[in-house]
Design a protein around this ligand. Sequence first.
Ligand SMILES: [Zn+2]
Length: 448
Amino acid sequence: MEVIRTVKVKLDVPDERCDDLHQTKQQFLHCANTTAEWAWRHPTDYCVTSKQKAEKALYEGLRNETELTANLVQKGIRRAIEATKSGVARLKKGDNTSQPHFDAWSVVYDKRSATFHRDHVSLSTVNGRVECDYVIPDDAEGTPIGEYLLNEDYEFRMSTLQYDRQTESFYLHARMRRVESDEQSTTTSDVHQTSSDAAHQNAKRSEDAKHRTVLGVDLNVDGSLAVTSTGAFIGNADEMNHRRREFEKTRGSMQQTGTRSAHLSIQSMKDREHRWMQDELHRASNQILEEARDHDCTHIAFENLTDIRKRMAGAKRFHAWAFRRLYQYTEYKAEMFGIEVEQVSPAYTSQRCSSCGFTHENNRRSKHQFVCQKCEYELNADYNASKNIARKLLKKLHSGQKSSGGGAPCQCALPSGTLNLNGDFHAYSVTESEGESTDKPTTSVVGY
Ligand SMILES: [Zn+2]
């Protein structure tokens, strides 16, 4: 399991550079708010939740408008898209929500826009870099600063810079991740190794290991065609059903006339219908790929597609066909990006609570609403299932690793950590934005 700790440390900012940080914050929030406005233009029918689309549309403009580095502009855009995604999930659930707005003093820094040291940090600003010493108390031992910030076993991850108006002080909320250690090799075979050597070796090993990030996809015969573990609701199965029904009705009545021209009309209608369906499935597979790439996924997990009609109530032959097509499209497009697509057993994925793991058939209140009987976690049922599907592949990958002696870290792509459907994304909290995996993938499972 991943160990991540957030440590708040006060920064000693040179007086003459404070304004550079305030300006940086101003422009960073401008990027986020511009993006949120753009993404939220049509909340009733379409919000943009693809980071790639947002970057393509806004990046150049924001780069010209601001004096921020490329990385900070990108982080501003991404932060807004994460919030938009949470908002869309709330809308789907029928909750009231509005366009995300950012006014809290907060700037996201990662290893490209900051250089983290054990005693100071170098931050990129609108006016070059600024070096800030940490204000480390004398008795840091036993405090989070001593335990994590000063501890070489922990490395810096994406962190945030914040400002406290009352004390007029800047704080770094440093996110520290424990460097994975393989106990056997460091404690038994290399007993003479010094601890710093060991830490170095471990750091190197975790760098070498290929990170694995899984996107889970749940397929449905009604509602959204596909729902991902990152909270994207893709395609419209209801519309597909409706078109299919209309088509069959018309075909039925035309067949009764039995003329040659009726036969030809049926054929052209069939072709048109087929093309429409294929276009829909291409679009859906593109969106799944976008989600996977946005979250740096290495794997996409689908439910096992055989016997789909047996498993899903109300599934028709054309559903099985559509799911297979969607799978095939996704698979061959994923290959171009080096992403693997796999199937896992669907057993219990709709009954298991993705929060606490409690599995029971009564957990599902209605077709699209999941309520855990144990921890009362409540969320969209398909979204819950998609997280369980991701987890299944994760477990499979993990156990496969053990036997081959690997040790590559695995994780599951979720929106900003766990999606808190009751959370207020205006106050998009530090912890939430820190949980997002837009940076380099981290080890193991996020959100479980
Ligand atoms: Zn639960």
